[in-house]
Ligand binder design. Structure first.
Ligand SMILES: Nc1ncnc2c1ncn2[C@@H]1O[C@H](COP(=O)(O)OP(=O)(O)O)[C@@H](O)[C@H]1O
Ligand SMILES: [Mg+2]
Length: 240
């Protein structure tokens, strides 16, 4: 399914519907193949990225695609299919739009228990990506009960940058199958001709790819998710 969606996202004709108002960048809702059973997507053109002091200008949309590549590789299904492509405002990332109720954000879902395993996996993913911006509104529940994450532009930095709202699972044991996935990732990220390594090197700096491999190897050895003291937990601002 995902490969088919990716090829459609990559090649279909794009119509811009409008700018998403609560976004920090020039983020747009677009429709692909509008005349032919269209599909909605979120387009983030490189040239619409807000300059930041700590991330190289023009790299955020590539990080969005790299986040999808990692989620896809692990088989964790956390990031909607996301591709790099040209659009009406130039090159950018295009991500499948997930129909969801924005009132049902992280802080609501975390009180409902049935999403716990998916939310905990997102916490692991954020540590792995060194995600600097996991806000409550970047957690989306679809009609099938699947939890997706969006907004992965501030990820893969080589310096510690973690800022997330997901701190409820500290101390919980990591399922062995997740650790095995992380071992696999650490291996492939470091293996010269591994397709995953090559895919990431197209999107990130070599140092960022190496740092990802090191985090994956370190996290594969963790028995449980880190549990920080309440006053040490780095939250993004605003949290929703
Ligand atoms: N793939 C998606 N599916 C559905 N809604 C999305 C998706 N990506 C982003 N959004 C919505 O648009 C808002 C802004 O997107 P976001 O990725 O946070 O942009 P920015 O990088 O500009 O902050 C999100 O808070 C979310 O509500
Ligand atoms: Mg955002």
């Amino acid at each position: 399914m995902s490969t088919h969606v990716q090829s459609r996202l990559s090649t279909a004709r794009m119509t811009v519907h409008g700018r998403i108002v609560n976004a920090s960048n020039h983020t747009m809702l677009v429709e692909l193949d509008a005349d032919d059973g269209g599909v909605l997507a979120v387009y983030k053109p490189r040239d619409g990225e807000r300059p930041l002091w700590d991330f190289p200008f023009g790299s955020l949309h590539r990080r969005e695609v790299a986040a999808f590549a990692v989620s896809d590789y692990l088989g964790w299904g956390l990031v909607p299919p996301t591709v790099l492509r040209d659009g009406p405002l130039g090159p950018g990332s295009v991500q499948l739009f997930i129909d969801h109720d924005p009132r049902r954000h992280y802080f609501v879902l975390v009180g409902e228990q049935q999403h716990d395993s998916q939310l905990m996996r997102m916490a692991v993913f954020d540590l792995l990506l060194n995600n600097a911006d996991r806000k409550g509104s970047h957690v989306l529940l679809d009609a099938e009960g699947h939890v997706w994450g969006c907004d992965h532009g501030l990820t893969f930095h080589t310096e510690p940058k973690l800022r997330t709202v997901i701190w409820e699972f500290g101390g919980t044991a990591l399922p062995p199958s997740w650790s095995e996935d992380l071992v696999r990732l650490a291996h492939d990220v470091g293996a010269d001709m591994a397709p995953m390594r090559l895919r990431l090197l197209d999107l990130l700096d070599a140092e960022e790819v190496a740092a990802l491999g090191a985090r994956a190897a370190g996290m594969a050895r963790l028995a449980s998710l880190p549990d920080l003291a309440e006053d040490e937990r780095p939250y993004p601002w605003p949290p929703v």
